[in-house]
Design a protein around this ligand. Sequence first.
Ligand SMILES: *Cc1c(COP(=O)(O)O)cnc(C)c1O
Length: 428
Amino acid sequence: MDTNDSLFERARQSIPGGVNSPVRAFGSVGGAPRFMKKAQGPYMWDEDGKRYIDYIGSWGPMILGHNNPEVIRAVHEAVDMGLTFGCATQREILIAEEIKKLIPSIEEVRLVSSGTEAGMSAIRLARGYTGRNKIIKFEGCYHGHSDSLLVKAGSGMLTFGNPSSAGVPAGVTEHTLVLEYNNPEQLKEVFEQYGDDIACVIVEAVAGNMNMVPGKPEFIHAMRELCTQYGALLIVDEVMTGFRVALQGAQSLYGVTPDITMFGKVIGGGMPVAAFGGRRDVMEKIAPCGPVYQAGTLSGNPVAVACGLKTLQLIQEPGFYERLSQQTKKLVEGLTAAAKEAGVAFCAQSVGGMFGLYFLDKCPEGFNDVMKSDTKRFNVFFHSMLDQGVYFAPSVFEAGFVSIAHTDEVIEETIKAAKVAFAKVAAM
Ligand SMILES: *Cc1c(COP(=O)(O)O)cnc(C)c1O
């Protein structure tokens, strides 16, 4: 019988690194990634038959837990009607209306198949709308892997166009300005200098791709004001936070109105659906209404949309987000107490159904703080938890996710395992 180890060996013969997305590899924690076979509620089972409590939730989408029966039924019904038509369908209107109802800043919305596409399209739209070139992003924020967004900054310095991936010409990223997260003063200075040529600011209001770092309200509000003052568009990337930190997304927590919002992950409920939407006058610059080209063979795929639509309906049940937030809070509080008891420097925090765990004395405020995380301690913690059947993201730089299927019993089992793991860390 194939085991995780032998499957990994075999996978590496035919797939680069054995994985189809690098975060799935155990590059930073070591060992063979687990090959999953099935999942139900808060659990996943690997090819060896071992059960795990899942705190990744497919990196965010599985907010209802795995294999929700109503979602699965909606998908089955859609499959029976045909996989794809390449034509307009009624359900696309229903999901657009649902998104508009939940997110007041959206007047029109276009569906795509991944967050990467949403980000790439939103940037093109902002440039097309404003007729400007420069875009501002922040250190540690991820907006998908399109060329002009694959830039990181050198330790808090303002950099122009240093691509952080091979294969991206400097010419493609020369208009990308990378600034410090949670630094409104720097943002203001850059607007004063380049304001006339800034097309947009793109941000994760609660950053979830450098572990989790909530934006400071004054930072988010400053960027809204500066964008308005200088005629730039504000793009809030809610691919991770949308329908995750709150029913109305991170923008509702900050009381900020973006010009364009990106969605992904939860919006597809486990199928490839993402979206970007916003002000009508901006969205109508897109083809076929306007001159900004954007398209997709499988955009608005009927099976994927059925899955996303049912998910968006189910998360609107009364008390859903109160319970999700409460369970996530129980988890971070339990872990924090267990670490303290073991004498391990540790901090944890949550926003809605999303959380960050840090092997740090205090919770981080930006990229530089996150970079100080104790990777060795994290790796010992991670592997001990994994051995005990608890699956956290295999990196100190990833956020974690709780689903509505994570019951008290599941959280308690996790904390019990964490006591063992923290004792191992303390003994290092
Ligand atoms: C996951 C993510 C993306 C990219 O989405 P994909 O569907 O993986 O292309 C973009 N932005 C944020 C904030 C994300 O978390």
